[in-house]
Design a protein around this ligand. Structure first.
Ligand SMILES: Nc1nc2c(ncn2[C@@H]2O[C@H](COP(=O)(O)OP(=O)(O)OP(=O)(O)O)[C@@H](O)[C@H]2O)c(=O)[nH]1
Ligand SMILES: [Mg+2]
Length: 429
């Protein structure tokens, strides 16, 4: 696709950036200031330079300009004196707010979503990662096409393909919509492939474990420490956009599949969540999540909350979770960290313990149990086949003995339906 559409922050020179946040009360100012720190690191990752930041205290956003009219004028003056190229707002701007702001400010106004999309666009490497990011970007672009100063068809270099009676804007919209359709088809085909691969893995019955967590907490480092995978580790946000899955042998002898994932962040743009759906589905289908937390980060608890909110949004809220407190070599930043396995991906401390803990959790999740189903309960037998993996089935006098493997929730459900109150004969999977 056209570079101009894939880039929201200029790379040909270092853009000078003014950050703007809104606090709903004076008390909230510090929280917003911390959020601007994170926005600043996103802008830095995008290669631009933050020259100033402003926080307005205001109980609700102005529908026309997001911040108050007087404040916009003030920002325009500040932008002049700091020689600012782009003003970045910490919250999502509507297309209308963005246009109004740009008019008064006389320069580009973008939001946090745009910066995240931009960073993703720069980091995507694989075919699927690139297609996902492009789709997210175009969806963000489409409602904001009006009033763009640049001429898309000149960029594309295909002037003259405009349909009869079609305006410039209509033509741009049509092209983007066509491209969106094409990308969706491409991604659907890739997803189909992925699903087949996943199915064959499931048939192999290796447990699936996914590393999840806030961006930059050390997920990829842990994948390396656990498996010696040698995947990309960088002290930057969203280093991983093309997650890898590795095979790993646990101390108990069982083999599992462990997957790295894209890092989460506060206000992860919904366009990205949609576009990365197929990648994130693997998280929702995992048997166990390793929720990696940067124990040295003073905002670790907020980050955990954001991660859990995003997990719920992608349908992974119910997947069992093992908390992994990483970067313990740097010391704990706060006292009230939750319980978890303490490790360091950097020094290797605690990695053996983590391997043991993963095995323990998986065994607790997936146990083999023997159930006795009366002959006249064919409905229950069918349910057992739906809910659990049936290892063996043997008819006896008046009942069928079924050996199943399932997680605790499924086994409890089946016991309830069978009118059994105590777990039957249970053994490790
Ligand atoms: N001191 C210390 N640094 C670590 C540890 N684990 C990771 N890091 C550093 O933290 C930074 C981020 O590590 P990554 O493994 O890339 O983090 P990630 O969670 O995969 O990040 P994204 O893919 O960008 O979301 C790198 O600079 C790592 O070297 C650790 O245990 N201790
Ligand atoms: Mg990573």
């Amino acid at each position: 696709m056209v570079d101009e559409l894939m880039t929201l922050i200029e790379r040909s020179f270092q853009e000078r950036i003014l950050l703007v946040g809104v606090a709903s009360s004076g008390r909230e100012r510090q929280v917003v200031n911390d959020q601007l720190d994170e926005l600043a690191s996103l802008v830095d990752t995008a290669g631009a330079l933050v020259v100033h930041r402003e926080i307005q205290v205001r109980d609700r956003p102005d529908p026309a300009t997001y911040i108050g009219k007087g404040k916009v004028d003030e920002l325009a003056a500040l932008s002049e004196s700091f020689d600012v190229d782009t003003v970045v707002f910490d919250d999502e701007l509507t297309p209308g707010q963005q246009r109004n702001l740009e008019k008064v400010l006389g320069r580009t106004a973008i939001d946090r979503t745009a910066v995240i999309l931009d960073v993703f666009a720069q980091n995507a490497r694989s075919q699927e990662g690139k297609a996902q990011v492009e789709l997210a970007l175009l969806r963000y672009r489409l409602p904001r096409l009006v009033g763009r100063r640049t001429n898309l068809s000149q960029q594309v270099g295909r002037i003259g393909t405009r349909g009869p009676g079609e305006t410039k804007l209509e033509e741009d919209r049509r092209r983007i919509q066509e491209r969106i359709g094409q990308l969706r088809r491409e991604l659907a085909a890739l997803e189909q492939q992925r699903r087949l691969q996943r199915k064959s893995r499931l048939l192999g019955r290796n447990a699936q474990v996914a590393l999840v967590g806030y961006t930059n907490v050390g997920k990829s480092s842990l994948l390396n420490a656990l498996t010696g995978a040698g995947v990309l580790v960088e002290n930057r946000l969203f280093a991983t956009l093309d997650p890898r899955t590795r095979r790993l042998k646990l101390p108990g002898g069982e083999t599992i599949l462990i997957a790295d994932t894209v890092g989460f962040i506060r206000k992860l743009p919904h366009q990205l969540i949609e576009a990365f759906r197929s990648t994130l589905d693997a998280v929702a289908e995992a048997d166990l999540l390793l929720h990696v937390v940067d124990a040295s980060n003073p905002h670790a608890l907020d980050q955990m909350r954001e991660v859990r909110a995003t997990l719920a949004e992608i349908g992974a809220g119910q997947v069992p979770e093992l908390v992994v407190l990483n970067k313990v070599d740097l010391g704990d930043a706060i006292e009230d960290l939750p319980a978890g396995v303490r490790v360091s991906g950097a020094t290797g401390e605690g990695i053996e313990r983590l391997l043991v803990a993963i095995g323990d959790r998986l065994r607790a999740l997936n146990q083999v149990e023997v159930l006795r189903v009366p002959f006249d309960r064919g409905d229950l037998l069918a349910e057992i086949h739906r809910e659990a993996e049936v290892l063996a089935q043997e008819p006896h006098d008046g009942f069928v003995e079924v050996r199943i493997r399932a997680d605790e929730a499924a086994r409890a459900l089946l016991r309830r339906h069978l009118g059994i109150h105590e777990p039957g004969e249970v053994e490790d999977a």
